[in-house]
Design a protein around this ligand. Structure first.
Ligand code: GP9
Length: 413
């Protein structure tokens, strides 16, 4: 554990604190609403097909939001639950299985537990069976005051697996409007779940040659989720929550549609291996601040593990006592490196893709400027750091080391 402690000593001592920059604590005591969008990928954002905008509401919202254009999902086999643990506990998911089902009794530093010390109550909303991904057990451990599951919603818009996202958002905002502020709300959407076949009445786009294909259905589903997002914005404004709330939207993972052909048809241009690799790994990340300030495109390499440390920065919470592996996107002192569960990584200049055998030299390194393969040696240091981070995270989770470290700290006080 010495290596782990050393790594965290360096990480924690470099965390942002009061007075470092104007953004630190600029939105102290704001409510925080985070929406995790099912299979919502970045390549659709800003795109049109057959003259129709796919995500008009998000495109509009982006103009008054911080948009992170190089944001990666860092999930593994635990899919939606991995995006959740990555984002809310800033740890890498496991090489196999899901933290939610395998280690639900271990201790984590999470958005809810950290924010509870700042006077926040935290709530999680997902209109599906509470036992799925072991959520009801895990959410209690993660420090949520209440989990609003399928049992707490009226199924007045049956769609796909459960309740449609439009009604899910409306009923969730209704519940939120009665809560003591400030609150943290984490919401998980569902309508754009594989296989994406929403009924024709809900499919609004003319997908031309792509209609009736899984890819076409996927685009239709995202268009529906985007409309739901637009409605939610109005509902938050109606309830007087909009300008008191940091609203975050990000995608949880890829859509499992790995074929190039429909992608090329959708984008109307050829797609390289590197393009495809990035499309499959990048999700949108939007942060809308209560006053709509600091809007623009932020092209730093980042990922789901960075959400919690970055939100703490905006809220003025010192992250140094916590065992969070991600980077604070607003702290210029932290080295920006985003590590995916596969061992792929990017530092913003290169993107390294490992081979199946995991041998460094067998992987491929791309230069992100030329978009061509580059000397593999440029990736060596990043590869080693990526492996180190994944190992540290695994040991931390499996060995319940966060509990041990906090216990040790408490004893030395
Ligand atoms: C169901 C939803 C789906 O509750 O979270 O999860 P996924 O299959 O995408 O991991």
């Amino acid at each position: 554990t010495d290596e782990i402690k050393q790594w965290f000593d360096a990480k924690q001592s470099g965390r942002a604190k009061a007075g470092d920059d104007k953004l630190f604590g600029a939105y102290k005591d704001s409510n925080v609403i985070v929406i995790q969008g099912e299979a919502f990928m970045n390549f659709v954002v800003g795109k049109s097909y057959n003259g129709q905008e796919i995500t008009p509401n998000m495109n509009r919202l982006m103009k008054e939001s911080m948009y992170f254009s190089q944001y990666y999902h860092q999930t593994g086999q635990g899919r939606t639950s991995d995006a959740d643990i990555g984002s809310n506990a800033s740890l890498h998911p496991l090489p196999t299985g899901s933290v939610f089902t395998r280690y639900a009794d271990h201790q984590y530093d999470t958005m809810p537990t950290i924010l509870s010390k700042q006077g926040y109550d935290s709530y999680v909303f997902h209109a599906y069976e509470p036992s799925f991904w072991n959520r009801s057990v895990m959410y209690q451990n993660m420090g949520y005051k209440q989990f609003f599951s399928k049992n707490d919603f009226t199924i007045d818009e049956p769609l796909g697996w459960s309740l449609g996202d439009k009604s899910f958002f409306r009923q969730s905002v209704e519940k939120m409007s009665g809560l003591k502020q400030p609150f943290y709300s984490f919401m998980i959407t569902l309508s754009s779940h594989h296989p994406y076949t929403l009924p024709p009445s809900v499919q609004e786009l003319d997908m031309g040659d792509l209609s009736g294909t899984t890819f076409g259905d996927y685009i239709q589903a995202l268009h529906y989720v985007d409309a739901a997002l637009g409605e939610m914005e109005s509902e938050l404004k109606e309830k007087g929550l909009w300008d008191k709330t940091i609203l975050v939207f990000y995608g949880d993972h890829d859509n499992s549609l790995k074929e190039k052909e429909p992608m090329e048809q959708f984008l109307g241009k050829p797609v390289s291996d590197l393009d495809m690799e990035q499309f499959m790994n990048q999700v949108p990340m939007l942060i809308h601040l209560p006053d709509g300030a600091h809007a623009g495109t932020y092209d730093i390499p980042a990922g789901q593990l960075d959400m919690t440390p970055s939100l703490l920065h905006l809220l003025g919470v010192n992250a140094s006592p916590y065992y969070l592996m991600g980077n604070d996107m607003f702290n210029n002192k932290e080295k920006k490196l985003v590590v995916l569960r596969t061992g792929a990584f990017s530092d913003g200049t290169i993107f390294y893709i490992p081979s199946a055998d995991g041998v460094f030299e067998h992987g491929t390194a791309y230069d992100l400027k030329t978009r061509q393969t580059t000397d593999i040696e440029r990736a060596r240091a990043g590869f080693e750091e990526a492996q180190k981070r994944l190992n540290i995270s695994d040991e931390l989770i499996m060995g319940d080391l966060i509990r041990q470290f906090h216990d040790e700290q408490a004893q030395t006080k």
